[in-house]
Design a binder for this molecule. Structure first.
Ligand code: UD1
Length: 342
């Protein structure tokens, strides 16, 4: 029988791509999403890609009674991939309680609902837990540094909650994936990132500028101690990232781990500067980008990229898609959005 995997936040950017990859790998994805930062039409788009419409439940995981009642009904779910969370760094500084309440209550409600059942659990963590690492590429053993924002702190504390829960409750197998910078879109251009309002992240800002929705991109600083002065990040294609979740589920199913809580970096292992990303966009799409150099953005680390050795050796997962494919697919999605109302 095909295994059912619950995907919270399954209509979001990374969630929707993971739903597709789970189905492609032979799983039955079931989605919970309260649509607070996603669009119900993404379900139609998923169906267009995989010719299957996943079961969808619209409720808030912060509602303890609903979450527990739902899990009690769904006896045959074997895994959970928990994406549902707030993720905007700036907003988290303005509304810390909003972030702590949402990101912790939902996580704790889910974990409590599974306290006595065996389950494989994948958590969306972030490279933000490393702050500015002293050694690059940064490995999973590097020190976790004091978070720069409430958002970052929700990831750090959530990792602690998960590690302690795994230790106390052996029915859980838990994997935290520390994502680097997810970008790009599905090769069909039917799903991708749907930022609400003005995008804060680099790649959606690039594509929206190129399509004419924004006048120009501001590069946040060119005087960092990096080869071209702009910040360096480890950009990873969202489809590669989605596949890492499938690999994490398979890792837990194989029962090869000696510990029931594991952490993996999910990046490409190489860094690209903001100016390199702009050049890759221009070269791979043939579209010139209007940009200017501006001031540094508060809270930005100068450079970070991940050591991908552990995920390659233990998860058996490696990123395959390069920066040009990331840019081309993000651009195809932006053009699709222009012609299709969401
Ligand atoms: C950060 C976090 C990441 C988190 C994400 C959520 C780190 C290392 N990463 O990503 O974990 O999930 O926020 O939003 O803390 N840039 C410009 N102009 C723009 C926008 C961005 O130059 O208009 C630059 C930034 O200064 C940065 C790079 O592009 O150097 C990437 O920025 P962004 O896409 O916002 O991601 P991070 O801040 O790296």
């Amino acid at each position: 029988m095909l295994k059912k995997i619950l995907v919270t936040g399954g209509t979001g950017f990374i969630g929707s791509h993971t739903v597709v990859e789970l189905y492609n790998a032979g799983y039955i994805p079931i989605i919970i999403d309260n649509l607070s930062n996603s669009n119900i039409k993404i379900l139609d788009q998923i169906e267009k890609i995989i010719a299957y419409r996943p079961q969808f439940y619209n409720f808030d995981l912060c509602d303890e009674a609903k979450t527990k009642a739902f899990i009690a009904q769904q006896q045959d779910i074997e895994g959970i991939i928990h994406f549902a969370a707030y993720k905007a760094v700036g907003e988290s500084v303005e509304k810390p309680l909003h972030y702590y309440k949402n990101n912790f209550f939902s996580l704790i409600n889910l974990l409590e609902a599974y306290k006595n059942k065996p389950v494989n659990f994948v958590f969306s963590s972030s490279c933000t837990v490393y702050g500015q690492p002293e050694v690059l590429p940064v490995s999973e053993n590097a020190k976790v540094q004091k978070a720069e924002s409430p958002y970052g702190n929700t990831k750090q504390v959530a990792e602690e909650i998960l590690s302690e829960t795994a230790q106390a409750h052996k029915n859980y197998n838990i994997v935290s994936l520390r994502y680097f910078n997810p970008v790009g879109a599905h090769a069909t251009a039917l799903i991708g990132e749907l930022p609400i309002g003005v995008p804060q992240n680099l790649v959606p800002f690039i594509t929206q500028t190129a399509i004419g929705k924004r006048e120009k991109l501001t590069v946040h600083g060119n005087t960092y101690h990096t080869p071209d002065g702009s910040c360096i990040r480890d950009y990873i294609h969202v489809v590669d990232l989605a596949k890492a979740h499938v690999a994490a589920i398979k890792r837990m199913e194989s029962k090869q781990a000696t510990c029931n809580y594991e952490v993996f970096n999910i990046g490409t292992g190489t860094g690209s500067s903001v100016l390199e990303v702009i050049a890759a966009f221009e070269n791979s799409t043939g579209v010139k980008l209007n940009y200017t150099i501006g001031d540094k953005r508060a809270g930005d680390v100068a450079q970070i990229w991940g050591d991908a050795t552990k995920s390659s050796e233990i998860l058996g997962w490696t990123a395959e898609l390069g920066l040009n494919t990331m840019m081309q697919s993000a651009w195809e999605w932006e053009k699709y959005l222009k012609n299709n109302a969401f």
